[in-house]
Design a protein around this ligand. Sequence first.
Ligand code: CA
Ligand code: ZN
Length: 305
Amino acid sequence: MFLMKQLTCETNIIYSFSKDHAPAMTVDAGETVVIETYDCFENQIESNDTELGSINWNQINPATGPIYVNGAQKGDLLKVTIKKIEIGHQGVLATGEGLGMLGDELSGMTHRVLPIEDGYAIFDDRLKIPLTPMIGVIGVAPEGEAVSCGTPNHHGGNLDTKLMKEGATVYFPIFTEGALFALGDFHAAMGDGEVGGSGVEVPGKATVTLDVVKGHSIDHPVIVNENGIAFHVSEKTLDEAVQGATKRAAHFLASEANLSPAEAVMILSAAGEAEISQVVDPLLTARMIIPQFILDAYGIQPFQS
Ligand code: CA
Ligand code: ZN
């Protein structure tokens, strides 16, 4: 029995991803670490009686980190294996005026604390929502200026994608030495789109293995799971995000299977899955999934050396 490295959120939170942040911890490539996180409200909403006007709105979307990974160089990939996600005993949903898809109809802010019991988030005495624990904010330091933890982009960040769950292997482009990895914003459950503006926001702990992959190149986050490979792109509009994700999937498939671009997009048109991750953050995130049977047919093992 050996003790894994643990990173607490109490002294190690950031509100942006930046190459200028000092590392909170250094690990070797291949090392596994347990990272503790606040919820996206920094645990300020404790009950249904909390006045949302009274919380500090500057303390929103904290991520825990950053972690410097030895051997990570610009141009490599950071491979993050999500081994385990543990969540707290209650979560909070919030929506309101100007937030989410009903933001034009709502006035003020509304929130609800959901007890988490026996695999469900309890919405009311009639509805229990099955837990689908996931990580909302996860990524590395971006190329240029710092990016707020509320925004998703090339480096990851606030991707709010349902696929960021236990068992997933996630690849990020590395823009700076050490990669400077961080994560936060867990959801006990979230639907595709996150249409009201929040998931069931919850504090928690993630056990992740951080590794470096050389000799491959990506420019947006990619998630590999038992169902296939999912290319995530965030843009100002959903149309652009879907196009960006589809292009990356098609280029990957064409290159790995020695197909023409037309053949690759025909295959995606026949069996690829364009899905919405979220439509409520400053950039919108879509994903294009190449199902596993297509990878199997062409003998593709993503990002193996
Ligand atoms: Ca989020
Ligand atoms: Zn969240």
